[in-house]
Design a protein around this ligand. Sequence first.
Ligand code: MG
Ligand code: ZN
Length: 359
Amino acid sequence: MKIFVTVLLLLMPLVGTRTETTSVSPKPKNIILLIGDGMGLSQVSAGYYYNGQKLNLTSFPVTGLVTTHSQSHLITDSAAGGTAIACGYKTTNGTVGMDARKKNCTSILELAEGKGMATGIIASSSVTHATPASFVAHVPSRSEMDAIAKFYLTTEVDLVIGGGMKYFRERSDNRDLYDELQKKGYLVSNFQEAGLRDISPDQNKPFAWFGAREEPESVAKGRDWLPYAAGIAPSFLKGRSDKGFFMMLEGSQIDWACHNNDGPGAIQEMLDFDQAIGKILEFARADGETLVIVTADHETGGLALEQGTGPDTLSLGFNTGGHTASLVPVFAFGPGAENFGGFMDNTEIFSKMKFLLGL
Ligand code: MG
Ligand code: ZN
């Protein structure tokens, strides 16, 4: 039986709350933000139990809980959820990098660039998809993929890895943004020319690699480059600027598996994302100046871990093919991590990162 509860939207602020953050411990030089799209506590739990009760996520010393509602809906989409984390503003579902009045907001990645830091975007979706787009683009609708791609030409991002080559090469305006990136000085490649492992990004050139024409495959269908990308990106970005770096990596397809109510797929995507987290932690432990934050934009599927056929088996049950309003976890490691304990709104992840980087 489903019980429906109506919650009034009237009390939701138009503009996200910006909480003052105080930190007495050393501040980070670099921030690596990892977003598991659709990764609620149940998705983490499913990965944890399926993987023999271990995850890289369990080694984070600080955990908290995050509210994800958007300005327009109690249940956010990935555009409003991404924008809240990237820019610190609550916005309407579907809106990318703009506040609820459709005014551009400045993302943490753009602020970092403005200060001369190196920046990177990695996603296992197309790089024009809502979550990565929230960090570089400003468009009223997430479906404007051609328009979103253009922002990769105007944003001085040092590293781009993900799918979506189509939005750069097969455009309605006939521009070849792949070509334009090369002319701008990027080392650009794609899955047809070379696998990510075959390329050594040149520290002197910004780097872009497209892992698919449109959306990358699922782990089940053979995608294996997200953890590898997580392994090479931090040291590449560290070598790009002595002022530090900001990087966002998304495990994009946890969400898609859960939309499909595909339990095994959700676990595979969750564990792939956790492997990427492991690579990031390896870098951060050795580096000592990097804050690693892992969170989600929302939960997807209303996933429940139910009793399976035996006492030591679980059955994954889904309650919906859409997103839910469940709180999502946040995990933090490294200098400044203590700011991410407790209960917070998704917009506060932005304000805490901004404060900690002194932006
Ligand atoms: Mg996403
Ligand atoms: Zn979704």
